[in-house]
Design a protein around this ligand. Structure first.
Ligand code: AVJ
Length: 345
């Protein structure tokens, strides 16, 4: 038991012995299975177009480098979204409704939600993340800052969570999904993901989501090829992480960062291009990579208002309200379920 935070404590809810309760924080660890990551990594590297899932960017070093990226002059998404949230918090709160249960998949440091909480005053905040320690620390820190806020932190792999965990307080569900993380998914996957969100919501539920907009290749390619080379370090660091996870022997010095805007597919593509002919191995598995061949590490899809409307409509949602900055660099949308696609009782 961590005896630190003051303020109202939540009723004794929540399932098992792993619950740690501090006054206004309940912590549930659903022990998300990470699946066979080694197999997943090897099979990506054995494909025609070698690829690595962008989730492997985020080891400790990778998360630190991403925090640095969000502060770069060239990388406009994070600060632009923050400004949109800050300037429109009241209007967003009116959409979400007070006393809602605010669920945030992949909450990380819960930095952005802080811009909304005082206006929104939710009945409870439910941060969800796959990293138990990071989630626990972020939840307790937020609890100290907001003693009035009921926090129910859940360690789980959201993408694999088909329905909401037991023990969440009553109330309208609103899912908060900032940061254009949806952009890592192909449009068909994004529709599947949003549909799954829909299953969590009652008829009156909603989704508050951040989306990066389509724009000139010049602005986009500058944002993913910053002068200081932090994005390049972030991209190359994925090789160190998969070496640790899968026992491979990549040498990051043999690769170069390459990021460009694929205008046809409306996506930034990040690749690691091999500078030499090389063989990377793990036990008796050998992966041959020729000079100039690339490993695809990330897609970051950019949407127009129309193309995102299409994604929302195809997922059973309609866009109730949208907010963006003057230059239309980034946008935040409040989605509501089209009748008939809410949670099945
Ligand atoms: C966290 C996925 C939204 O795609 O812009 C930043 C990750 N990659 N710089 C993005 C990222 C390169 C970021 N997302």
């Amino acid at each position: 038991m961590i005896s630190r935070a003051r303020g109202a404590s939540l009723p004794e809810t929540g399932p098992g012995p792993d619950d740690v309760q501090v006054d206004n924080v309940i912590f549930s660890d659903l022990h998300p299975r990470v699946g066979n990551r080694r197999l997943e990594i090897i099979s990506g590297l054995q494909k025609e177009q070698k690829s690595i899932d962008p989730k492997y960017f985020y080891d400790k070093r990778g998360s630190e480098l991403f925090e640095q990226i969000t502060e770069l002059p060239e990388y406009y998404p994070t600060r632009t979204e923050r400004q949109i949230l800050k300037s429109n918090a009241k209007a967003m709160a009116d959409c979400c409704g007070h006393e809602c249960v605010l669920i945030e998949p992949g909450s990380g440091s819960s930095e952005k939600v802080r811009l909304l909480l005082d206006s929104l005053k939710p009945a409870a905040y439910v941060p969800m993340d796959i990293s138990a320690d990071f989630l626990r620390r972020s939840a307790v820190q937020l609890a100290e800052e907001k003693p009035w806020l009921n926090i129910h932190a859940i360690c789980t792999d959201f993408a694999k969570q088909k329905k909401e965990p037991k023990g969440l307080p009553e109330g309208k569900r609103v899912i908060f999904y900032p940061g254009s993380t949806l952009g890592n998914m192909r449009p068909s996957e994004a529709i599947g993901f949003l549909e799954n969100l829909g299953h969590w919501l009652n008829r009156d539920g909603g989704v508050l989501i951040g989306i990066d907009m389509h724009k000139s290749s010049r602005i986009l390619e500058t944002a993913y090829n910053d002068e200081q080379g932090v994005t390049a370090l972030f991209n190359l660091n994925i090789l160190n992480n998969i070496n640790n996870i899968a026992g491979l022997n990549f040498n990051a010095d043999n690769f170069a960062h390459h990021a460009f805007y694929n205008e046809e597919k409306y996506r930034i593509e990040m690749h690691l291009v091999s500078k030499v002919n090389q063989v990377v191995s793990q036990g008796d598995i050998e992966i041959t990579i020729s000079r100039g061949e690339s490993i695809h590490t990330e897609n970051s899809y950019k949407y127009t208002t129309g193309s995102f409307q299409e994604i929302a409509r195809s997922s059973g949602f309609s866009i109730r309200s949208s907010w963006s900055d003057e230059q239309q660099l980034f946008s935040v949308h409040y989605l509501e379920l089209d009748c008939g696609s809410e949670k099945q009782a």
